[in-house]
Design a protein around this ligand. Sequence first.
Ligand code: CDP
Ligand code: MG
Length: 662
Amino acid sequence: MSQFWKPGAEKPRLLDDEEGGVVFLSSSLSSASSIGYGYASIEKQRQRLPVYKYRTAILYLVETHATTIIVGETGSGKTTQIPQYLKEAGWADGGRVIACTQPRRLAVQAVASRVAEEMGVKVGEEVGYTIRFEDFTNKVRHLSSYLSIFGVIIFVMHAGISSLAVQDLTAIKFLTDGVLLREMMDDPLLTKYSVIMVDEAHERSISTDILLGLLKKIQRCRSDLRLIISSATIEAKSMSAFFHARKGRRGLEGVELVPRLEPAILSVEGRGFNVQIHYVEEPVSDYVQAAVSTVLLIHDKEPPGDILVFLTGQDDIDATIQLLTEEARTSKKNSSGLIILPLYSGLSRAEQEQVFSPTPRGKRKVVISTNIAETSLTLEGIVYVVDSGFSKQRFYNPISDIENLVVAPISKASARQRAGRAGRVRPGKCYRLYTEEYFVKEIPAEGIPEMQRSNLVSCVIQLKALGIDNILGFDWPASPPPEAMIRALEVLYSLGVLDDDAKLTSPTGFQVAEIPLSIWVSGRGAQKELDEAKLRFAAAEKKVIEIREQLRRIAQRIGIVMKSCESDMQVVRKAVTAGFFANACYSEAYSQSGMYKTVRGSQEVYIHPSSVLFRVNPKWVIYHSLVSTDRQYMRNVISIDPSWLLEVAPHFYQQHRLNPIH
Ligand code: CDP
Ligand code: MG
């Protein structure tokens, strides 16, 4: 492997040393003990995790501090154990609930099932989860068997039973940070929660940042609420400073408050094994091909141990799997025994289970993943990591008002996390598909919070719906760019969601805020084989029915009358235009190249080849999202009649006087 790879000097530091704050604990405990988990009782397994040593310290800090910041290596037991410790210590007594948020849906489901298994309950009972369109909490046990026995009686008592169910059987609830934000609309102080653990806080998703800002506000009104901010790599000092800086505390200095307002910082050190870093000698031009060759080389030359490959998204993961399967089949070297699996959000239950299940003896698992496996999920048995150096990131330009999903370089912090995944069970190796010089000189130390690189329309709606009027003055962990805020306010005003005073309009604004949806749900698996496609379609269709049902209930609650469009698809296209008028594009009469221009900003864009309108090239279109590869491609496109734009968004198009509407 030496012509292609050279070992690098850098050793991954899995945990940045953290000083300061109220408490600093450290230990030389190693997480080495995970080998042989299959034979240990669940209780023993739990006690072997690095956080177990800190159980008492964690409970003490949470009792005495309003906010506790916990930093600990991925796999040390933060997510699965801390909520259980809290429950055992009584934080869920009296019908209160312990919440643990995650930025990713898949992580929510995976940790909920793991914790339910550890507690010996079914998901939805004492341990539940809620993600958008899926609520697995407070399931009354064996309701169906009661129903069959007591039939009519139960029907009469139905109201009573439902209220019993609402009396929170679920003590530990995992949910996405977005879902917790929505819950605030009904219960602004989140009164049913005793402790809220904001996990994976280093990801700095928009929802996490909004949540942190709002939780800080809630703390002022609820001295009984405790926050835990946890993560693998968080900048604990700046997070602590954010929670400590409070306006209007004059006169309180020197007074001992319980809980203390100054956040506690706890660092759980459970260092993994050493990971040897290898860099490519020359930059690679095609990371899919390079990843495939590297996996085959590892499989050929290295001792047993599973491989985790970090790529950017479903497209390149699928491409890699296809290429790897082909090359493994035709390769002269020993390439039998490879089990190749994808990992990205949106996988079915069965696909998830395969990824987490133990590798059969004599086989080698290759998991091809997005950055979900970077810190959100722990895979046992990984010894080799292949890091493409890229992830899909959102970028927004408020001047052109274009938001793009771009394949962009990861940060050094991410690269270290990725490498760390190889050292869980024994010393491992990480193959970086970039040069050492590139790592040292080119890539940024930390990523940019999503808040600072996104379109803020839905963020503004959510805050407005929660009664936060002064959005520019809101206490953000990272301030969004003012231009992006102004753009968002402008679009919402044009949509009729905000009025002249930038308040939500009634009823439109409030109705919009209630509906958890953007119009398109992206399709999956288009290039897969037919059977699989059919299966997936069946699953997708089931999902659509559930979503429709939930939307129907919301519509009923907020007083929107449902009406079928029958076969009149024009009404649907017009409705989409009313929502996405800002994304209108036209193709110029002389253009043969399939090139379009955005009405605002005259940016060059093209219809994505996966679209049914590819090569049909209608003159006017509206897109849902843009992806950048060699060009800017529009995804999810419909054709429109330009006169609709003036009809549905007169403020917008007159106000901007952009390109003349032909
Ligand atoms: O949150 P953190 O990364 O600190 O760790 P965790 O998710 O609580 O995982 C703790 C341990 O539980 C992992 O090291 C795995 O051994 C185990 N685990 C598992 O086997 N299966 C899961 N789905 C989740 C965790
Ligand atoms: Mg975790």
